[in-house]
Design a protein around this ligand. Structure first.
Ligand code: NAP
Length: 340
């Protein structure tokens, strides 16, 4: 079925927005961002599995009621998909056909050449007249948001990055697992993993996504490489990632060693980061204050700092970003805002 033409922007009536996966970690954050922006509750359609139908989710001072996602996608102006890749593949085309601008948080369409992969601060123009847009992987969004101002000013030839990823990146069940395991271990009981292959309390382990036996890269690392090349339109970009889970509830931290194409000073980098959209510079050597996941939690900007120069073109940085906000829901809402 051909997609309906997008409705012209109504200056008075806010868009009718469907949130698919509204009960999950990303979906709840999308609702919270919409509520913060004053989006009225009666312009929200909260969708999840049939298990959650009828559940009331807090929304500003009120609540929204969850309906079951069915094959008959409701008419709406925009749909934020915050569910699995399978659900996106099954329902996003129907949502577009029903007239919605669709932004998908899953990996379903990220490498589809017909679907733009967008971080608004970097490549908003890639959207053109698309009605289905893919949100990049959370680690990719956080890394590129912080490094894009350096790329624009000095060029980026190579990145070596190690991630320290929060458990909520694996959804709400993973949050419950870290909380339960932490209590168990403190009470002298064993940690019993179920969402993750390893205990997550008091532990650090290689990212749980499937590992390619030929390259040794896990899925998260492969996504960071492929998606960064696509967003920056730089197929030759050298990106060497090591993705790791840490016992943090929320917000991903990254330690990046960046090789620039042109020489710069630490102050040049500070100036570029301080002026960049979506980035907050936190580089306080005097007080040893640098980006942390707790500092990034709940905030919009990606924090960048701990800038150190190892040669005229080699710098290391510490980056932290709330992966449920800029790494997922906020990026999706920003895309929606550009188009509705
Ligand atoms: N967590 C992150 O930091 C993050 C960051 C970037 C991208 N993502 C991506 O965002 C998506 C959501 O992740 P999440 O962490 O929010 O997962 P989650 O907490 O596990 O939530 C999953 C959501 O999907 C819904 N769902 C499951 N089966 C469904 C069905 N048959 N029909 C309709 N809805 C269904 C769930 O509804 P019920 O409650 O009814 O089961 C829930 O609302 C994933 O594709 C993930 O890869 C996540």
């Amino acid at each position: 079925m051909p997609a309906k033409a997008p409705a012209p922007k109504d200056p008075v009536r806010p868009p009718l927005v469907a949130v698919v996966g509204a009960t999950g970690a990303v979906g709840r954050e999308a609702l919270s961002i919409l509520a913060e922006r004053g989006h009225p509750a009666d312009r929200i359609i909260a969708l999840a599995s049939a298990r959650s139908a009828g559940e009331r989710l807090p929304y500003a001072d009120a609540a929204v009621t969850v309906a079951a996602l069915t094959d008959d996608f409701p008419a709406c102006d925009a749909a934020l998909f915050c569910a699995t890749a399978d659900i996106a593949r099954a329902h996003a085309p129907g949502a577009v056909a029903a007239g919605a601008l669709v932004v998908d948080n899953s990996s379903a369409f990220r490498m589809d050449p017909a679907v733009p992969l967008v971080v608004p601060e970097i490549n908003a123009s890639a959207i053109a007249d698309a009605r289905l847009i893919a949100n990049p992987n959370c680690s990719t969004i956080i890394l590129l948001t912080a490094l894009n101002p350096l790329r624009e000013r000095f060029g980026v030839a190579r990145i070596v990055v190690s991630t320290y990823q929060a458990v909520s990146g694996a959804g709400l069940e993973a949050v419950a697992e870290l909380q339960a395991q932490t209590r168990a271990v403190l009470d002298g009981r064993p940690a019993e993993p179920s969402v993750f292959p390893e205990p997550c309390a008091f532990n650090v382990f290689s990212h749980e996504s499937p590992l390619d036996p030929a390259t040794g890269l896990n899925g998260e690392e492969s996504k960071m490489i492929a998606e960064s090349r696509r967003i920056w339109n730089d197929p030759g970009l050298i990106l060497i990632p090591t993705c790791v889970r840490v016992p943090v509830l929320r917000a991903h931290t990254q330690s990046a060693l960046v090789t620039l194409e042109n020489p710069a000073t630490e102050d040049d980098l500070r100036a570029a980061l301080a002026a960049a959209p979506g980035v907050a510079l936190l580089d306080d050597r005097a007080h040893n204050r640098f980006p942390t996941p707790l500092g990034a939690t709940g905030g919009d900007p990606v924090l960048a700092g701990r800038i150190r120069r190892f040669s005229p073109t080699e710098f290391s940085l510490l980056i932290a970003g709330d992966q449920l906000r800029k790494g997922a829901a906020l990026n999706a809402v920003q895309i929606m805002d550009l188009l509705t």
